[in-house]
Write a protein that binds this ligand. Structure first.
Ligand code: B3K
Ligand code: ZN
Length: 881
């Protein structure tokens, strides 16, 4: 049990006191760091004079406390586990607080901690209170000055936010560096780094002609893995100037890589701290997906400088204000520097696999949540990815220029402020003189809206009527929902694949009609009808083009219509979607077949559709690869009820095997064409070719033939890059072999933590028998550590969240393993434990005997004494399902 009270959005009140300036001084020591904190505090307007000052603080040893220069007697203040309260405060005061912390013992990786002998901080959301007493809330924005004092030899590099204004030598072999951040910021954006680091530097000249230094700091020996991150930062700077007119505002933009980090990266003002996974890369250690990931995370953190830092959140319920918007911006960046359609499909696929499941399960919450026990549990797929879809819908409704007008107004109104999602919506509405009141429901209603659509052809009138019904499923705490404002992009396609000019029956002669072949229908009611007139023939509708809204959609397409759309639709997303729908339909049907005890059998029409894709070399190989990749088990599980996940995984494999047999010669031919021996380059064309080549390889690996074994072994051995090597190794291991290659891989890469993460993950997600005992064994491997979040994600989370076949083993051992690890991790790092605990979220989806097993494990976790609020919140919500 936890004693924590839920925090509610509607209880928000403005801060009673504000902080104008903060002067921090750190005497860094691994086990005993001294933090001196001088605050210029003033009472906020409207605060009664007798209101006490309550500062946040956790795990701090208090050395001294002075108010306006005079030591405060113990009777003048109170302390408890979470706060320091001073009863009598003048209207304005200078408070000097000296505290001590032990960074070496901090395994939560929040606040100040040590990793690899260096110091790092992580303050978002509420980590600053583990460094010093403070008003640790985002609507208190202050100017920070930071002086770092440390041993010169052990910590030659001393970094903090803003500009470096001074440095010098001190007694006992120490040195100091002073930093001033000219911009007001909330405490969650504070950062310091100290240690033995080296930097790769470059510069960017902004549109207005200022030179900005770009510096990427890593541990010595890693400089050769920095160029991609440096280039990504420069591209992001250029892009934000061109697309949004936003320039960087300090002289130096710093990125520091650290291997112990709870998430991907953190946008601290001027000093972004990154998980090494999103910085370090070269072709023989990083896959194409890793390079993509670096581009998008570097861009994301850089973009936060405006959307998050210059304009920040009033309170943590508004988290999507910065996260949804910044994800939208990084997705647009990736679309512009790479392939727009591939980026969109990948983003939508991830949204549907993870966010839709979250929205349908016990942790469902609105994009702007209403309450939380632990805010760190709300850095979710809903706040980030659904939030980004909400931002994308503004752009869809208002057009690119309209969206830009809204952004310009948002910055004009709110630069330097802490604001709300409603402020953002108001800027979009006001800049475009439109009413977005109903659109507010996207922030307050949880659950994925569903559109049920029917089409009717009227031969005599040559018109086509679409009837669209919307509904939103109930979610925890929200039963009845109101209809939402949903942009539905559509086209009507004739039998030759030509999109037809769209004319609505309601359209007046004066309205711009003409030859537009795509329209955005703005849905606002439970049920609406749209009739398109003057059509030459009965069309096939292409619906929700480019995934214009985060909804599920049902339209009674025939199999033939799906095949038609997957080859003819002019919208790449819609083509992929047709292929995906067809595959989901096939696999759910085959699962039902298997459940009846009958044999799985892939109809020839389905193989034929895939064959066509393989036989057209003119198609974009990246899109073909995405269309050939079958929907994953976790996604299919969401489409079914009372599932036996092991049977589902077996059906998926049988479907893959049958497809591989039916398409053997086309797969082999395409593989050979694409395996052209070109030296590795990370560029769009090569990435696309490699993706299709490795999808072909993966299918071929299903064939029980010596030929495929040789092919895999050869690709593993000959590869000049990690993408190809890892693809071959994964397939070898899935076939139950690859022992020699696994050993070779570990031997080669034992000194590279990120590459070893791939080695762990590959074994944890393997479908070969005995995977759980292998994973248990690997917990003892010298390269594994429960204290390192990347390792936990690679081995434990990968097994529990991405290996349904073994996690859901009928004996319940997978569930017991997960629960044991969650309990163990909770004492080390509650955030990581809580994240892992989401592997039990969908326990009501599986069959009754598994349900009982999962539920029992959830109860076992919940009953543990001293459980963190993080894990408690996730587990108790799961049990309430
Ligand atoms: N804002 C950080 C996430 C902080 C997570 C705190 N538990 C990274 C990002 O979204 O850019
Ligand atoms: Zn972010």
């Amino acid at each position: 049990m936890t004693d924590r009270q839920a925090i509610r959005r509607l209880d928000y009140t403005a801060p009673a006191y504000l902080i104008d300036r903060v002067d921090l001084s750190f005497e860094l020591d691994e086990t005993d760091t001294r933090v001196s904190n001088r605050l210029v505090i003033k009472r906020n307007k409207g605060t009664a004079a007798d209101t006490p000052l309550v500062l946040h603080g956790e795990g701090l040893q208090l050395d001294s406390l002075k108010l306006d220069g005079a030591p405060l007697p113990a009777s003048a203040y109170q302390r408890d586990e979470h706060s320091l309260t001073i009863a009598a405060m003048p209207e304005e005061a200078i408070l000097e607080i000296v505290t001590r912390v032990n960074p070496a013992s901090n395994t939560s990786l929040m606040g100040l901690y040590v990793s690899g002998g260096n110091f790092f901080t992580q303050c978002e959301a509420e980590g600053f209170r583990k460094i010093t007493y403070y008003l640790d809330r985002p609507d208190v924005m202050a100017k920070f000055t930071t002086t770092l004092i440390a041993d010169r030899q052990k910590y030659p590099v001393l970094l903090s936010n803003g500009n470096r204004v001074g440095a010098g030598q001190m007694d006992r072999g120490r040195h100091w560096v002073k930093w001033v951040d000219p911009f007001r910021k909330p405490s969650y954006l504070f950062a310091l780094v100290a240690g033995k680091l080296v930097a790769m530097s470059d510069s960017h000249v902004t549109a207005s002609g200022r030179t900005v230094n770009v510096e990427v700091y890593v541990e010595p020996g890693n400089l050769d893995k920095c160029p991609h991150a440096v280039a990504a930062a420069k591209k992001a700077m250029q892009w934000d100037e061109e697309r949004f007119g936003l320039e960087y505002d300090l002289d130096t933009y710093m990125i520091v890589a650290v291997s112990d980090f709870n998430m991907g990266a953190m946008e601290n003002k001027g000093l972004n701290i990154f998980n090494t996974k999103y910085v370090l890369a070269k072709p023989d250690t990083a896959t194409d997906a890793d390079f993509d990931g670096i581009d998008s995370v570097v861009a994301h953190e850089y973009f936060h400088n405006w959307t998050g830092n210059r304009v920040t959140c009033r309170d943590w319920f508004q988290l999507s204000l910065k996260e949804g918007l910044t994800v939208y911006r990084d997705q647009e960046f990736s679309s512009d520097i790479g392939s727009r359609s591939v980026t969109r499909i990948q983003n939508v696929r991830a949204l549907r696999e993870y966010q839709f499941a979250e929205d349908a399960g016990p942790q469902a919450h609105p994009v702007r949540p209403d309450e939380y026990l632990e805010i760190n549990n709300f850095y979710t797929w809903t706040v980030y990815e659904k939030g980004s879809e909400v931002v994308r819908m503004y752009a869809t409704l208002l057009g690119r220029e309209g969206f830009r007008r809204g952004m310009d107004l948002y910055f004009k109104r709110h630069d330097g402020q802490a604001v709300t999602c409603d402020d953002f919506r108001a800027a979009m509405a006001d800049a475009n003189h439109v009413n977005l009141d109903q659109f507010a429901l996207w922030y307050s209603q949880a659950g994925t809206p569903h559109l049920d659509i029917e089409g009717e052809w009227h031969e005599a009138e040559r018109s086509f009527t679409l009837t669209v019904r919307q509904s939103i499923p109930p979610t925890p705490g929200q039963h009845d929902k109101d209809p939402m404002h949903i942009p539905l992009a559509l086209a009507l396609i004739d039998r030759r694949g030509q999109p037809l000019p769209l004319q609505l029956s309601t359209q007046s002669a004066g309205e711009a009609a003409g030859d537009a072949t795509e329209r955005i229908l703005e849905l606002r009611q439970d049920c609406e009808r749209f009739t398109f007139v003057n059509l030459p023939c009965h069309p096939v509708p292409s619906l929700l083009r480019d995934f214009s809204a985060p909804v599920t959609l049902a339209y009674p397409y025939s199999d033939d219509e799906l095949v038609f759309l997957m080859t003819h639709d002019d919208d790449a997303f819609a083509r992929w979607e047709a292929a995906n729908n067809y595959a989901v339909r096939l696999m759910c049907a085959q699962y039902a077949t298997a459940t009846r005890g009958e044999a799985v059998s892939v109809p020839e029409a389905f193989s034929a559709a895939f064959r066509t894709l393989l036989e057209k070399p003119e198609l974009d190989p990246a899109l073909v690869a995405l269309m050939l990749e079958l929907p994953r088990e976790n996604y299919l599980l969401e489409q079914l009820e009372e599932v036996d996940p092991v049977r589902l995984a077996q059906v998926c494999q049988q479907v893959r095997q049958q497809l591989a047999r039916a398409l053997r010669s086309q797969l082999l031919q395409r593989y050979q064409q694409l395996n052209d021996g070109q030296p590795y380059h990370y560029n769009g064309e090569q990435v696309a070719r490699r993706s299709l080549k490795n999808v072909c390889l993966d299918y071929l690996a299903e064939l029980d033939e010596g030929m495929t074994g040789d092919l895999l072994a050869r690709q593993y051995q000959k590869a000049d890059n990690m993408t190809d090597r890892l693809a071959a190794l994964r397939a070898l291991v899935n076939r139950g072999g690859g022992e020699a290659q696994l050993a070779d891989f570990a031997h080669t890469w034992q000194g590279d933590a990120l590459v070893m993460d791939k080695w762990f993950a590959l074994q944890a997600t393997s479908r070969r028998p005995g995977t759980l005992s292998r994973v248990q064994h690997l917990l003892e491997h010298p390269a594994f550590s429960l204290k390192n979040p990347n390792k936990v994600r690679a081995l434990i989370s990968a097994f529990c969240l991405q290996n349904p076949l073994h996690f859901h083993s009928a004996d319940g051992y997978g569930y017991a393993f997960a629960a044991d690890r969650i309990i163990e991790l909770d004492a080390i790092n509650p955030q990581i434990a809580a994240r892992l605990a989401t592997c039990f979220n969908r326990w009501t989806k599986v069959d009754l005997s598994r349900r009982a097993l999962m539920r029992a494990e959830l109860q076992r976790i919940k009953a543990c004494a001293g459980l963190s609020p993080d894990t408690f919140e996730i587990v108790s919500k799961a049990l309430a399902a």
